[in-house]
Design a protein. Structure first.
Length: 167
């Protein structure tokens, strides 16, 4: 993974739960390409049709609360999302994102720095996110090397497969 991510911002508020990201009625779907068609269909109906690879979600508090199932981050990753940046994350959702190769960055008060459609740059190894449109910047602890390696491999399973030579 490039340690610099850049994309158009989609803004979400506080307490966005996994059922809002992918509704429970789609839990029997395991094909990521099918899941992606239903991402946030009630919350942001246009998202699955208009989101582009590299786009970035900027959200408020406790993003990904609710169920611990992997369908929600898997569906976001299937869209090609560059990252999710939030004031805070539900812990299991955060780890599921990393395990599936989707960058999840926690930056206190980041939601107040962005409006929908702004362009964001995230410098993973340097520890800052920049709103290119508004010229605002916020810092976060740089991601550790082992997390960057997981993201670069496209997820934890892929990283382990590469290390074992079974990829």
């Amino acid at each position: 993974m490039n340690s610099l991510l850049r994309g158009k911002v989609w803004c979400l508020d506080d307490q966005v739960d996994t059922d809002q990201l992918i509704a429970g009625k789609y839990l029997t779907i395991i094909d990521p390409n099918e899941l992606r068609k239903h991402v946030m269909e009630d919350l942001l109906p246009e998202f699955s049709k208009k989101a582009q690879p590299g786009d970035i979600i900027v959200a408020g508090e406790n993003f990904g609360c609710g169920s611990s199932r992997e369908h929600a981050p898997a569906a976001l990753a299937a869209i090609g999302l560059g990252a999710v940046v939030a004031n805070s994350f539900a812990r299991i959702f955060y780890r599921n994102c990393i395990n599936l190769g989707l960058a999840a960055i926690e930056v206190p008060d980041i939601r107040s720095h962005f409006r929908a459609g702004d362009i964001a740059e995230i410098h993973l190894s340097e520890g800052y996110v920049k709103n290119v449109t508004q010229g605002k910047e916020a810092r976060f602890p740089p991601l550790p090397t082992h997390i960057l390696e997981i993201l670069d491999a496209g997820g934890l399973v892929n990283k382990v497969r590469k290390e074992l030579g079974t990829a």
